[in-house]
Every structure is written in structure tokens, then in C-alpha cells.
Ligand binder design. Structure first.
Ligand code: MG
Length: 383
């Protein structure tokens, strides 16, 4: 079996722009602008993988598309099932000057081919079902406290385990506002429903300590990316001094830096994002490292559907993962468990679906288990 062609499909975002906190500069406009790698083989088996840009700029998305095309010379003429060898060859070039987003999308497409050729879902190739995975709701709305409390009942009724809200520089760096928001929401969510918060690396260390004390008192599920992601010592310090679990890793790539975080005891929960860290291959490697240190993995999966499905296969096969993110992008939907960000995936709402009660499972189809809707691809395509 040989790769014959590597296509890059750049699409317009199908969901609106959401302001998120990010870095010390304040908030940024987040979108879900997908870039698909579609890999063809001489046997007619076609694989799809995906990454995305959290930015309305189509030029950046097109650059990722070009990067996917640029990596095709490491694939054409090779057997796509030799994923680790292909990954390592692309990684040598990616770590110097390339795009991890491109590497990630290609890796997912290679696993899709491997599963389709073998006739089994990707999670079977990764070791088989290991634990039941439930969804938690990322609710990225800068809403008033009373509206968040009202919405938490709607999410709890569906079966979500927990709701994650945004804190940090989105609110102008007002930590008193963030502390009030955490306290009032956590005190008024339904019984048995958890809350966590995400600062997207935007706090200084003293700000993170202050907000983290409130998060600890309110027994939040976790405090995500409180400070600059490269400050491993700072995260370790927060993790040892605060009872709230510190989470992170969504801004890291590939799996190698997880070693340093684990040795430093910097994080309780690891959140690799497949679209950036290097796809299925890198995320599964993070999971293996995490298992050795008795920590948890809860993958970051804010983003589009094919990447979501790849993440769900990794989560399903991992013994350290029983929870996965599910972004609720439409706060007026009848059913918050239906995925809405990828209309170019056939039957997206049925294939990517949080069941009543909160469980989410990959489909029992070979590979990743998703098909593209070609008409919708043409409608959204921008390259
Ligand atoms: Mg996050």
C-alpha cells in the first residue's frame, strides 16, 4: 500500500467568533477554522485528519494547508500504515521550521487509513476500549453569573458531568470579578454537577495563587492553564500549594515535554490537544507517560469534528482518561449533546453525540468512522 496524493482542504469556520482570554495581552477572537488533510492511496483507501486555527484569518489557515502539502514528500510512495516512521520523519522537519498543526492533521489521516485497511475502529488499534468516557461541557460564554447558573441546570439535565467557564484577562484582568464568578456559580450549580475554570495562560503567578485559593475553597474540578505554559516550576508550585488540581498541556507539542511536567509534578490533569501536539501518535504517547505517574488525561478538544473524533478514539483506548471536553457552541440548542461545528461531516450530530447521561463513544466503523459531505465541503472551502 502506498500514498499517492496528499490534499489540504481549508474551510471557513461554521461557528461564530468567541472572545477567549489568552496570554498576558488580554483576550483574542477564537474561531474554529478547519484544515483537513485528505490522503489517497493506490488501493483506493482514503484517510482524513484535521487541525484548526483559532483565528478568523484565512491566510493563516491557508499557510497550514500549504504546510500539509509541503509534508507530502515524506508520504507519497510510502506505506501509510507505518505511522511511527512517517511521524518521526515529518517531526524532524516540523520541529525546526514546520507546522505542528500540519503534522497533527496528517497523523490522524494515517491512523484513519490504518483502521480502514484493517477493518477496525482506530481505538481497537490503540489497545481497545479501556474505560467509559463521559463528556464535560466547555461553555465559553462571558455571560452574567445568573445566566451561567441557569445554563448549568440545562447542561446537568443532559448528563454533562461538569461545566468549564473562562476566567483570566477576558475580564480585563479583574481577579476580584473572577473570584466572585467562581464562587457564585459553584455555589449555585445543581448538586453533583462540577465546575472548572480556564485562564488560558493569562494570569501572573500572584493572580493565579489568589484565584486558585478561591477555586480550592469552592472545590473546582480543576484550574486550567493558570499561568504561562512554559513556567513548569510555577505550575508545580501552584500544584503543591493549592488543593484544586492544576491542569494544562494544551499549548505544548509534541509528547516529549510531558516528561518534564511529570517529573516536576506540575500538573494533575494533562490536556494534550491532538490538532497541535502531533495527532493520535503524540496524544497516545502523552497518555502512556501520564499513566506511569498516576495522573489523569482529559484531552483538549475545543475545535472541529474530525479532530474531535480522533481525540475520542484516543480517550476511549486510554486507561487514564474517563472524561473528554465537549464544546457547547450553541446556547439555544434543543440538545446540547449534538455536535454543530462541522457541517461538512456527514451526520455530524449523530456521529459525534453526547448521550443522555453524559457518555460519548466513537462509532463502530473502520478508521475514525466519519465521512465527508462533498457538497458542504465545496460550500465552506476557501482554498
Ligand atoms: Mg484550555
Amino acid at each position: 500500500m502506498e500514498v499517492t496524493e496528499v490534499e489540504a482542504i481549508v474551510l471557513e469556520s461554521a461557528v461564530g467568533t468567541i472572545p477567549l482570554s489568552g496570554g498576558k495581552g488580554g483576550s483574542f477572537d477564537a474561531t474554529v477554522t478547519p484544515i483537513i488533510a485528505r490522503i489517497h492511496t493506490d488501493e483506493g483507501v482514503v484517510g482524513i485528519g484535521e487541525t484548526f486555527i483559532e483565528d478568523p484569518s484565512s491566510e493563516k489557515a491557508k499557510w497550514v494547508g500549504q504546510s500539509i502539502r509541503g509534508l507530502s514528500k515524506h508520504l507519497v510512495g510510502h506505506d501509510p500504515r507505518e505511522v511511527w516512521d512517517r511521524w518521526q520523519e515529518m517531526y524532524v522537519h516540523t520541529k525546526r521550521t514546520g507546522s505542528y498543526l500540519a503534522l497533527s492533521a496528517i497523523d490522524e489521516a494515517l491512523w484513519d487509513i490504518k483502521g480502514k485497511k484493517a477493518g477496525v475502529p482506530v481505538y481497537e488499534l490503540l489497545g481497545g476500549k479501556s474505560s467509559e468516557v463521559k463528556a464535560y461541557a466547555t461553555f465559553p460564554y462571558a455571560k452574567p453569573i445568573d445566566e451561567l447558573i441557569e445554563d448549568s441546570q440545562w447542561l446537568h439535565d443532559k448528563g454533562f458531568e461538569l461545566m468549564k467557564i473562562v476566567v483570566g484577562k477576558t475580564h480585563g484582568g479583574d481577579i476580584e470579578h473572577d473570584k466572585k464568578r467562581i464562587r457564585e456559580v459553584s455555589e449555585n450549580v445543581p448538586d453533583g454537577f462540577g465546575l472548572s475554570c480556564d485562564a488560558n495562560t493569562s494570569y501572573s503567578f500572584p493572580e493565579a495563587m489568589a484565584v486558585g485559593k478561591t477555586a480550592s475553597e469552592c472545590e473546582l474540578g480543576w484550574f486550567e492553564e493558570p499561568i504561562e505554559h512554559t513556567d513548569i516550576e510555577g505550575q508545580a508550585d501552584l500544584n503543591s500549594r493549592l488543593s484544586v488540581p492544576i491542569s494544562g498541556y494544551q499549548t505544548h507539542k509534541p509528547h516529549y515535554p510531558a516528561r518534564d511536567h511529570l517529573v516536576a509534578d506540575a500538573l494533575e490533569i494533562y490536556q494534550p490537544t491532538l490538532d497541535l501536539c502531533g495527532g493520535v501518535t503524540a496524544a497516545q504517547s502523552v497518555a502512556t507517560l501520564v499513566e506511569a505517574f498516576n495522573k489523569r488525561m482529559v484531552p483538549h478538544t475545543f475545535g472541529p469534528g474530525i479532530n474531535y473524533m480522533a481525540s475520542l478514539h484516543v480517550a476511549t483506548a486510554s486507561p487514564v482518561c474517563d472524561l473528554i471536553e465537549f464544546a457547547v457552541y450553541d446556547d439555544e440548542a434543543d440538545d446540547p449533546g449534538e455536535f454543530v461545528a462541522s457541517p461538512y461531516v456527514k451526520n455530524q450530530g449523530e456521529n459525534i453525540y453526547v448521550q443522555d447521561g453524559g457518555v460519548i463513544e466513537p462509532p463502530e466503523k473502520p478508521g475514525l468512522g466519519l465521512e465527508l459531505d462533498e457538497d458542504a465541503i465545496e460550500e465552506y472551502r476557501i482554498n
